[in-house]
Design a protein around this ligand. Structure first.
Ligand code: PLP
Length: 368
């Protein structure tokens, strides 16, 4: 397939415009550098060590992952500094983490003493020490210890555990991404980040380590990076710059780089075309897919996605796009890449519309 033109691809193919992705990656890194912050990008949008390595080569200090088996793929492929921004429960996971501590330097999030205590015990049995950070609920009401006295108490307890090393705190302001008024958004985000700042101050005053204050996603990094207490940003999806971030979160300066190439497989009526992508190849969750153009570059301004079943996408065509015929190839733009990436075995990397690389999605299915 290497060297093939986009018009020759079998469909559906999940494609990365490499030049656009690289520009997004460099733009995010430069923005964070300008604001004096570290970058620890979440890998959930790409699940691929080769892209993580590109991020590290550009200046990222490590990556963020959600699962221990996913983190293992990155650590085993030369990215030692992986934050698992999730609670790790169960003997198998703790044993996996202890093994990872021997070959890398993971950090585990916890929001309850029992998690940290169990990790400490397993680490001690294995003769290793694992870094931990406390996750604080910034109002998203997902995981995270309540800020204030509860979080302070947890820090004091975890700090005494012999098998773990408390190195900082994190929070995710994921409930504040789509506020459209920029001033209001900054105010809301700064308000919740102050919970982290207050906890950091208490920890430092009591002689604990709080080197890491980690927060931020793509939908918020351009604001979160301005907060003085934050040391590192977890924003990851910006390399693909999904339309969710651009259209719903007001993120600026990035360009979508992930697309699917699909074929028109049926033309049942003048106004209807059907493509060979469906929910099993492009996930409509979070933000819906669109069909911006044909692979030839011709815009499809009046084509609208009206239905998505398992293997079919139905388009309603306006007068300008009614000359689509069976066999035409169309670009599908996913609204949110995370849930689409995991449906595929591989990315097709394109440069100037020609295949430069095929990347099997190494950490796909690593859900443990
Ligand atoms: N950090 C955590 C813990 C998250 O759960 C998420 C998104 O769900 C993010 C960061 C942001 O990731 P992204 O930048 O890919 O949107």
């Amino acid at each position: 397939m290497i060297g093939q033109h986009i018009t020759e691809l079998d469909t559906p193919s999940l494609c990365i415009d490499l030049a656009v992705m690289e520009a997004n990656l460099n733009s995010m890194m430069s923005y964070l550098k300008e604001h004096g912050k570290n970058w620890r990008p979440h890998v959930k949008c790409h699940k691929l060590p080769v892209i993580a390595q590109m991020q590290v080569d550009a200046g990222a200090i490590g990556v963020t992952s959600a699962k221990s088996s996913e983190a293992a793929v990155f650590i085993e492929n030369g990215i030692p500094d992986v934050l698992i921004a999730n609670m790790m429960i169960g003997e198998q996971k703790l044993q996996r983490i202890a093994k990872l501590c021997a070959i890398g330097d993971p950090i585990i999030a916890c929001d309850h003493f029992v998690q940290a205590e169990a990790l400490s015990d397993v680490c001690r049995q294995n003769g290793v020490k694992c870094r931990v950070i406390l996750e604080v609920d910034l109002g998203m009401q997902r995981v995270g210890i309540r800020p204030g006295p509860d979080a302070q108490q947890l820090a004091r307890g975890v700090n005494k555990l012999p098998g773990v090393e408390l190195v900082g705190i994190m929070g995710y302001e994921g409930h504040l991404l789509s506020e459209t008024d920029e001033e209001k958004k900054q105010k809301q985000i700064f308000t919740v980040l102050s919970f982290l700042e207050e906890l950091r101050d208490v920890m430092l005053a009591e002689g604990m380590c709080c080197d890491i204050v980690s927060a931020g996603g793509t939908g918020s990094y351009q604001i979160t990076a301005k907060h003085p207490a934050v040391t590192e940003l977890q924003a990851g999806g910006g390399i693909f710059a999904d339309r969710f971030y651009l259209e719903r979160c007001g993120v600026k300066g990035l360009t979508p780089s992930l697309t699917l190439v699909a074929s028109v497989v049926s033309r049942p009526s003048l106004e209807r075309a059907v493509l060979d992508v469906g929910r099993k190849s492009v996930h409509p969750d979070i933000h819906p897919p669109t069909v911006p153009s044909m692979v030839s570059g011709k815009a499809l301004n009046d084509a609208e996605v009206t239905q998505l079943s398992a293997e079919h996408m139905t388009l309603k065509l306006g007068p300008e796009s009614q000359n689509l015929i069976v066999g035409d190839k169309v670009i599908v733009s996913p609204g949110y890449s995370d849930h689409t990436t995991v449906l595929h075995n591989e990315f097709v990397g394109l440069r100037d519309n020609r295949v430069e690389c095929i990347w099997p999605i190494a950490a796909r299915g690593k859900l443990k």
